[in-house]
Design a binder for this molecule. Structure first.
Ligand code: DAK
Length: 256
């Protein structure tokens, strides 16, 4: 699989996008390889958290313009270009951290937003510049970016194609933290290891509950969260977590 480099780090799988010649532009092969890799990782008990990254210069500079240039409406519509892999990535149950350095544009920004949260290096630049090519975002950008940073800023990004730097992206809520570029992957792996050490039952419940905030009305999201909270009390990990706290020792979670 030459479009991706896979590096296991204990319970964390690091996936590096690997098309340096095109600033990691997302072609159909890369998207299929990524979806396949994530399905396998999701089913592998040894993997508890995933980090997705690119290079120092680019997380991904968008969908591959060379691949898209000559496609007709009929071809794009009937193949549902990039649609199936994007739907698969959105359904992965294990946490995925996007570690973003450099350009994170168009489909690249949409891919980062398909992850659970974004850690950005101080060199990261985000944008939805599709309008410059005579198209619009097609992998969720108009919806996810608007939910994450609000209508006004999202609209400006989509209508002008301008990029925002890491500071603006953090202030707007697109990015959870900014990290010096040299430390980005190390910090992402450290964060992933912290997540990997928790009860995976609680992690899945938390991920599903937070995602409900973007997908359902508040009343439905609150009901989902309450039911997921109740279900935590059916787990051994809840008993262990609370007992360990009261005994002033680290918890030993069994994922049961
Ligand atoms: N696609 C293909 N190749 C790309 C690319 C891209 N998006 N971005 C960069 N490259 C290639 C360049 O062509 C160049 O290749 P060579 O000329 O060396 O062969 C190489 O990467 C280095 O790029 P530059 O020479 O341009 O590097 P610079 O540092 O000068 O500029 C840049 C960096 C990021 C500012 C510039 O490369 C740039 O503007 N790139 C395009 C950014 C862009 O417009 N991105 C949005 C693409 S459209 C859909 C789902 C998703 C999408 C659509 C549909 N469906 C589900 C239906 C998404 C669409 C998009 O993302």
């Amino acid at each position: 699989m030459h479009t991706l480099i896979l590096e296991p780090h204990g319970p964390v799988l690091l996936i590096r996008l690997n098309r340096p010649e095109a600033l990691n532009a997302l072609n159909q092969q890369l998207m299929q390889d990524l979806a396949h890799t994530l399905i396998v990782a999701d089913a592998d008990d040894a993997i508890r958290c995933i980090v997705l990254t690119g290079s120092d210069k680019a997380f991904a500079a968008g969908a591959d313009v060379k691949e898209m240039q000559n496609l007709t409406y009929a071809e794009v519509a009937s193949a549902d270009l990039y649609g199936p892999p994007a739907s698969i990535i959105a359904r992965i149950r294990k946490p995925i951290i996007a570690a973003v350095s450099g350009y994170c544009l168009g489909g690249g920004c949409e891919l980062a937003m398909l992850c659970d949260f974004i850690l950005a290096s101080d060199t990261a630049r985000f944008g939805q510049p599709e309008v410059n090519l005579g198209i619009i975002a097609g992998m969720g950008g108009s919806q996810r970016l608007t939910k994450l940073i609000g209508k006004s800023k999202s609209m400006e990004m989509h209508l002008t194609g301008r990029m925002m730097d890491a500071t603006e992206a953090e202030r707007a809520g697109l990015v959870s933290r900014i990290i010096p570029m040299a430390d980005l992957v190390t910090e992402a792996l450290k964060t992933a290891a912290t997540i990997a050490a928790k009860s995976q039952l609680a992690i899945k419940a938390a991920k599903e509950s937070v995602n409900r905030a973007l997908e359902t009305p508040l009343s439905e999201g609150l009901l989902f969260e309450r039911r997921a909270f109740h279900a935590c009390f059916a787990t051994e990990d809840q008993k262990e977590g609370m007992q360990a706290f009261l005994e002033k020792r680290p918890a030993r979670f069994s994922d049961k």
